[in-house]
Design a protein around this ligand. Structure first.
Ligand SMILES: [Ca+2]
Ligand SMILES: [Ca+2]
Length: 419
């Protein structure tokens, strides 16, 4: 699959161009406060080791591309996400998003740490034993299971008179009575041989409960998750780079949903430490299981990274990209939803995103290195001041508030007309 950038034809495209240039330069030499491969593995404390928690990697601070600048998602526009949202508001119809990418912004990250692995069944079991936690799937007494992984008996039950049936627009997902983390494919299934596989059927609320027990841990914000998933690469679609390699992570290979040719070795989940880690030493950021992240709305929470039913090229279900996202209700969960924890005091919300519009990148003093240095040193204020001194009267730096306002109004931050 080709990753393409929109042709440069409008003022807004300058913005896209600038982002791409900046991002391409971000790992370059001489960039103060830019991120590089600066991460360290944190040693577990005695308490953490006793709880069997995942080792973590500590990330240094830096700036990065938050969201997708890749323009091949829907109708060739990087603004696909906001455009779709607008359309949904108008029509009241939920539109399919192959990759719910959001328009890219230049985002700052403060130091935080994140688990190397998704939380495994063995780890979750420790938590349940210690706390008696009852997951939401247990409270509801059913959960979603992929037909391909279920036994004939379970399929019969689902489609029978007493059965709960299937998801209307995704009939491969069955509502299976008695499916929960310990019985991932419903009655008759077990965790045998899957202690080191990611826990499944956990909701946002269940994940939060685990983090609370883990003490000092919490869910990563979307920004943290994406920063970590990128593994030090700037504006690449995958944690390993640009190539849509189906053998690099656990997705679906073969004709979905009937055939899985096991090109990546797994029809369902893989162990949490399967496949090569990314540049930050993190495993399975894309693929295997969707991972819960923290978001601002109480009604919906973001999940990231896709799962074993998704594909690197987006040919079936979601695209397994670092920018892919879905918003789902916090009590949802199923046979492909899991999580990993983060820690750190500075909750990296989207408070400090920066966008620039109307800039003439061909002018003097607008080189990628220079602008990056200015942003790194002075943030929004520094950049605004610098652009003014350079005679860039058309350029406008959007503050986080302005970006949010526009997004709330359904406007794309890439195509603002009022400037
Ligand atoms: Ca697979
Ligand atoms: Ca994952």
């Amino acid at each position: 699959m080709e990753a393409s950038i929109s042709p440069i034809s409008t003022r807004s495209s300058f913005f896209a161009l600038l982002l791409c240039c900046l991002f391409a330069a971000a790992t370059g030499a001489g960039a103060k406060d830019s991120r590089g491969p600066e991460f360290v593995e944190v040693e577990l404390t005695e308490e953490e080791a006793a709880k069997g928690l995942s080792p973590q990697v500590r990330q240094s601070s830096g700036w990065f591309t938050f969201g997708s600048t890749i323009a091949d998602e829907v109708d060739g526009e990087a603004e696909a996400y906001t455009a779709l949202e607008r359309e949904e508001q108008k029509t009241g119809q939920k539109l399919h998003r192959r990759d719910g990418n959001r328009a890219a912004t230049w985002a700052r990250i403060k130091p935080f740490a994140i688990d190397k692995y998704a939380v495994s069944n063995t780890q979750f079991q420790k938590f349940v034993r210690a706390t008696g936690h009852r997951t939401e799937a247990e409270t509801f007494q059913w959960s979603f299971v992929l037909e391909h992984l279920a036994t004939e008996d379970v399929v019969k039950e689902v489609d029978g008179r007493e059965g709960f049936g299937r998801v209307k627009d995704a009939r491969h997902w069955m509502a299976v009575k008695g499916a929960y983390w310990r019985r991932p494919e419903g009655p008759g299934s077990s965790l045998r041989g899957r202690g080191n596989h990611p826990v499944l059927h956990v909701s946002y609320n269940d994940s939060k409960a685990y983090c609370a027990w883990a003490e000092g841990r919490r869910l990563p914000t979307e920004k943290e998750w994406e920063y970590a998933a990128r593994g030090g690469l700037e504006d690449e679609p995958f944690p390993w780079g640009a190539a849509a390699r189906a053998d690099k992570c656990n997705g679906w290979t073969g004709e979905f949903p009937s055939e899985n040719n096991l090109l990546d070795g797994y029809a369902g989940t893989a162990p949490v430490n399967a496949f090569e880690p990314n540049g930050y030493g993190l495993y399975n950021m894309v693929g295997n299981v969707w991972e819960w992240t923290e978001g601002r709305s109480d009604k919906e929470k973001p999940i990231r990274g896709g799962s074993y039913i998704d594909t690197v090229d987006g040919s079936a279900n979601h695209a397994l990209r670092v920018s892919s996202r879905q918003m789902v209700s916090p009590d949802s969960g199923g046979g492909n939803s899991g999580f990993r924890c983060a820690s750190g005091d500075a909750l990296n919300t989207d408070q400090r995103e920066i966008a620039i519009e109307g800039i003439d990148t061909s002018a003097d003093g607008m080189s990628q290195e220079k602008l990056q240095q200015v942003i790194a040193e002075g943030g929004v204020e520094g950049l605004t001041a610098y652009l003014a001194t350079q005679g860039q009267s058309n350029a406008k730096v959007l503050t986080p508030d302005e970006i949010r306002k526009r997004q709330a109004n359904g406007e794309s931050i890439l195509t603002g007309e009022e400037l």
